[in-house]
Design a protein around this ligand. Structure first.
Ligand code: GMT
Length: 378
């Protein structure tokens, strides 16, 4: 199948899912065309089956806002015609499903028929999409898609609650390539980061407000009073400076390392003993799944889809949003005793196996096949 994938090419989870999906589909014989404004961060390898087409938005001083949706929909039309793309899989309703719908209509005008599969990732629904400014466009784009998927049951429920949706929503969770994470790093080089008796705790995100970075630091502060520990903070975003100030205020500068955006997440997770994700909202929590695949138990909130990923008392623990006392007590419970820690590490790894890409990617393939069949009949 020739599939066009539209995503945000940045470090966010939706871009990672879209990129890993495209790469795996290409290995399974499909021809993949990534269409976006920059080469996606995890798309290191282009091959015969994997192509990247950049969307350029020419700067024009008359426009206060440069029209990305317009440029994207035109690029989609051109690429579908040039490469014979049979189906468009767009990640994020805003603005990708909207631009894809425009492209679909322009193509219909030339008697070319291309169905659209839209995947909802979370922020497009819970934070931005439900804003009154965007709601009509988001509702319309979802209803006009030929198939819709969401990354968790929780996000599906939220979408149905917030919008007037007339389509079925298929839940297809985030996934991980376990084979890759099994072989990635055998030599973790833990000694570079911490002493033998120190526990390493990690948080990875885009440092947006919803990630509740102050809670990460408060939880760590309580943990390090009970046992020797270091905190690795991975990522960049608007909350980073405030986080540095809080670390200073708590006198933790020599225990907290800011690693910035990293392409070596596997390496960092390899030496992590625990992962913190105290998010305000989280449709799935890919970062938690990546941590579990590297055998790091997860201390998270019970927001959104996190309980579908992290099993309470098994792969880690879940607490109410903002309950930093409970989260630190649970973290200490796991970290204090090496035997307990090793059991949780084994459980986390076992839990991650439920989301192996070999089980999940075929679900997308089945959706593509069915969508194409139904679309072409009509
Ligand atoms: O978490 C983020 O801020 C990034 C965001 C994105 O849009 O890339 O991630 C969302 O999609 C991921 C992939 O499906 C999910 O694993 C994340 O839970 C979701 N983030 C939120 O819902 C806040």
């Amino acid at each position: 199948m020739k599939i066009g994938i539209v995503c945000y090419p940045t470090f966010g989870g939706s871009g990672v899912v879209a990129t890993e999906l495209g790469l795996e589909l290409s290995k399974r014989g499909h021809e993949i065309h990534f269409i976006t404004y920059r080469q996606p961060v995890r798309l290191e390898l282009l091959s015969n089956n994997v192509h990247f087409h950049e969307v350029n938005v020419p700067e024009y001083p008359l426009f206060h806002y440069q029209p990305y949706e317009l440029a994207l929909s035109s690029k989609l039309v051109d690429m579908v015609k040039l490469h014979g793309i049979q189906l468009l899989h767009v990640h994020y309703a805003i603005p990708h499903a909207y631009a894809a719908y425009m492209a679909q209509k322009m193509l219909e005008d030339e008697n070319i028929h291309v169905p659209i599969v839209t995947t909802l990732h979370g922020t497009d629904i819970t934070l931005v999409g439900s804003h009154p400014f965007y709601k009509p466009a988001v509702t319309f784009s979802i209803n006009q898609s030929d198939a819709v998927t969401s990354v968790s049951e929780s996000l599906k429920k939220d979408t149905l609650k917030l919008f007037n949706i007339k389509r079925d929503i298929h839940v297809v969770p985030n996934f991980i390539d376990l084979e890759k994470s099994n072989h990635a790093f055998t030599d973790c080089q833990r000694e570079v980061m911490a002493d033998d008796d120190e526990r390493i705790i990690t948080h990875i995100s885009n440092f947006r407000e919803v990630k509740r970075i102050p809670d990460v630091i408060k939880i760590f502060n309580m943990i390090q009073k009970e046992l020797p520990a270091k905190l690795m903070l991975v990522g960049e975003g608007p909350e980073r400076e405030a986080a540095e100030r809080l670390v200073s205020k708590f006198g933790l500068k020599d225990r907290v390392v800011f690693l910035g955006n990293s392409n070596e997440v596997d390496k960092i997770l390899c030496f992590s003993d625990l992962f913190l994700l105290p998010s305000q909202t989280e449709s799935f929590g890919l970062a938690a799944l990546e941590a579990m695949a590297s055998s790091a138990p997860v201390i998270s909130t019970n927001a959104g889809g996190l309980s579908e990923v992290n099993e309470h008392g098994y792969s880690g623990f879940l607490s109410d949003v903002g309950d930093v006392e409970d989260m630190s007590a649970n973290a200490i419970k796991i970290l204090k005793d090496t035997k307990v820690l090793n059991q949780f590490k084994a459980n986390a790894k076992a839990q991650s196996k439920k989301f192996d890409l070999r089980n999940i990617v075929p679900q997308y393939e089945a959706i593509y096949k069915k969508t194409l069949e139904t679309y072409l009949v009509h």
